[in-house]
Design a protein around this ligand. Structure first.
Ligand SMILES: [Zn+2]
Length: 59
């Protein structure tokens, strides 16, 4: 069985866990890749109360 994965939108690395932005519009493998595109404040705003389409997960 193949494990599900995503490709980091910043560095192109295969990722088995990481950040999902706006339900999959972008994926980021690490804080470093995330922070090249969003500030922590912007992320926190999108993340909101945790019940949004922006979150950290494992696939
Ligand atoms: Zn990355």
């Amino acid at each position: 069985m193949e494990r599900e994965f995503r490709i980091c939108s910043e560095c192109g690395k295969i990722m088995f866990e990481g950040y999902v932005i706006e339900g999959g519009w972008r994926y980021y493998c690490s804080d470093t890749c995330l922070e090249k595109n969003y500030t922590r404040d912007e992320f926190n705003e999108m993340y909101g109360d945790g019940d949004t389409e922006t979150y950290y997960t494992e696939w």
